[in-house]
Design a protein around this ligand. Structure first.
Ligand SMILES: *Cc1c(COP(=O)(O)O)cnc(C)c1O
Length: 458
């Protein structure tokens, strides 16, 4: 028989209790946190959808690997295991370990960037953009037009607009392009996948113009799942073979292993070119650590090597993508406005469409984030005018293009009943939506204000 229910393909060996709380208690917690869930303590949370980064549950094999971790300063066995796993996946000769994704970014973009350089991407993730801009270079996003329409269905909304790419290379001059970067899946663009066809086209354009082509491959396995199930010609290939094919089209890759390597800390840089690798290794040694550990412990590298294999297991990936889709589609059917189709690692709710009575300068996304916490103890993050809003000369808010709330799903952590609980919370959110009020910012830092800003309910 073929079952309809896709169960979690694992049993739970070690449990981490969730402290249950009442709505009244959460109202108090939220007051103390100035209506900013980043300021809540983790034991005040029932379901934590703040991020999928570094929040994975490790397997028994990974924990066994932690015990085998070789903490030698140079030439550790755990480094050898990590290097082998990454080489096998990327097919590249030079692998540099880093403590997380942004360390790899600082090294490679610090080297390739600088004043007068331009980087082009489907969408630069915020740390990617920050590292590029910090070097003095500019970062331009050119996702396909379809990616700007939240309810439009398209199989590969993460694709890069290749017409614009050609025009930009012509306009800026190929020698001034630091690199073209494909982010797979496109995190800031709704977790949407990039097709192999698009990757091939971008690769061809880069080769013709002698421009470096890199992958931000944090979610390469989730992206491979979408290719196998949505792109013609890949039905019979393994997820890993699909990922390997994608790596074969690029000159290098940076990964935050806190995503698809199923670990709590780690990252790497993978490169084909010897000279670039040497330059990057020098920088690595100055700021991260020796070339055989970067910023990582031996045990971290051991777990990373194992996680990078486990993430491509078909049962795992099937469960992973289906459970995100399950939550997203249930919300969609209920009438919650979400970005469609549902992406790989998160569900994005369009708070502007949900709370039509709250204008952007009263932060509808923040209002939903607070409601989800008060009603269900669910922690999420606003990706809208709190995160990306700017002020004009008169101090008036220039809102972000979208007011989104992201429900990022940690890997192998929550079960279907947790998802049902979230859906139930949203039923209440729908029923009470007319009564919800907006928020005002009472205190904020100059940079990355969403982390520490304080809010007051209007
Ligand atoms: C998380 C992430 C990064 C940065 O990685 P950290 O490990 O958080 O430093 C870069 N790019 C993408 C697409 C990411 O999701």
């Amino acid at each position: 028989m073929k079952h309809k229910t896709i169960i979690e393909p694992f049993k739970i060996k070690s449990v981490e209790p969730i402290l249950m709380s009442t709505e009244q208690e959460r109202i108090e917690y939220m007051k103390k946190a100035h209506n900013n869930p980043f300021l809540l303590d983790s034991d005040q949370i029932i379901i934590d959808f703040l991020t999928d980064s570094g929040t994975s549950a490790m397997s028994v094999e990974q924990w066994a690997g932690v015990m085998r971790g070789d903490e030698s300063y140079a030439g550790s066995k755990s480094w050898k295991a990590m290097e082998k796993a990454v080489k096998n996946l990327t097919g590249m000769d030079y692998i540099l370990p880093t403590h997380q994704g942004r360390a790899a970014e600082r090294i490679i973009y610090g080297y390739l960037g600088g004043k007068g350089k331009t980087f082009i991407s489907n969408t630069h993730f915020d740390t990617t953009r920050a590292n590029i801009e910090y070097s003095g270079a500019e970062a331009i996003d050119i996702p396909i037009e379809e990616s700007y329409h939240s309810s439009l269905i398209h199989p590969f909304k993460g694709n890069l607009d290749t017409h614009q790419l050609k025009a930009l290379i012509r306009q800026k001059g190929a020698e001034n392009i630091g690199a073209v970067i494909l982010t797979v899946t496109n995190n800031s663009g709704g977790g949407q996948p990039v097709s192999m066809e698009n990757t091939r086209e971008v690769s061809k354009i880069c080769k013709e113009n002698n421009v470096l082509f890199l992958l931000d491959c944090c979610r390469i396995a989730e992206n491979a799942y979408f290719i196998k199930h949505r792109e013609a010609g890949f039905e019979n290939k393994t997820y890993k073979a699909i990922a390997q094919e994608m790596f074969s089209l690029v000159d290098g890759a940076a990964m935050s292993s806190k995503k698809d390597a199923l670990v709590n800390m780690g990252g790497f840089l993978s490169l084909r070119d010897k000279k670039i690798a040497q330059e990057c290794t020098n920088r690595l040694i100055i700021t991260e650590g020796f070339a055989t550990y970067g910023g990582l412990s031996g045990r971290d590298m051991e777990a990373l090597a194992i996680g990078l294999k486990e993430v491509f297991e078909p049962d795992y990936l099937h469960y992973r993508i289906k459970s995100t889709t399950y939550l997203g589609e249930k919300l969609h059917k209920m009438g919650i406005p979400v970005i469609m189709p549902i992406g790989g690692h998160a569900v994005y709710v369009d708070a502007k469409k949900l709370y039509t009575h709250i204008p952007p300068h009263q932060y509808p996304g923040q209002a939903l984030v607070c409601e989800l916490y008060i009603k269900g103890g669910i922690r999420t993050v606003e990706i809208g005018s709190v995160m990306f809003g700017k002020y004009d000369e008169k101090g008036e808010l220039i809102p972000a293009p979208m007011e989104l709330v992201r429900l990022a799903i940690p890997r192998r952590v929550y079960t279907q009943s947790h998802m049902e609980y979230v859906v139930e919370t949203f039923e209440e959110i729908l029923k009470t939506k007319e009564t919800v009020k907006g928020y005002a910012i009472t205190e904020e830092p100059e940079f990355l204000r969403h982390f520490t800003a304080k809010f007051e309910k209007l």
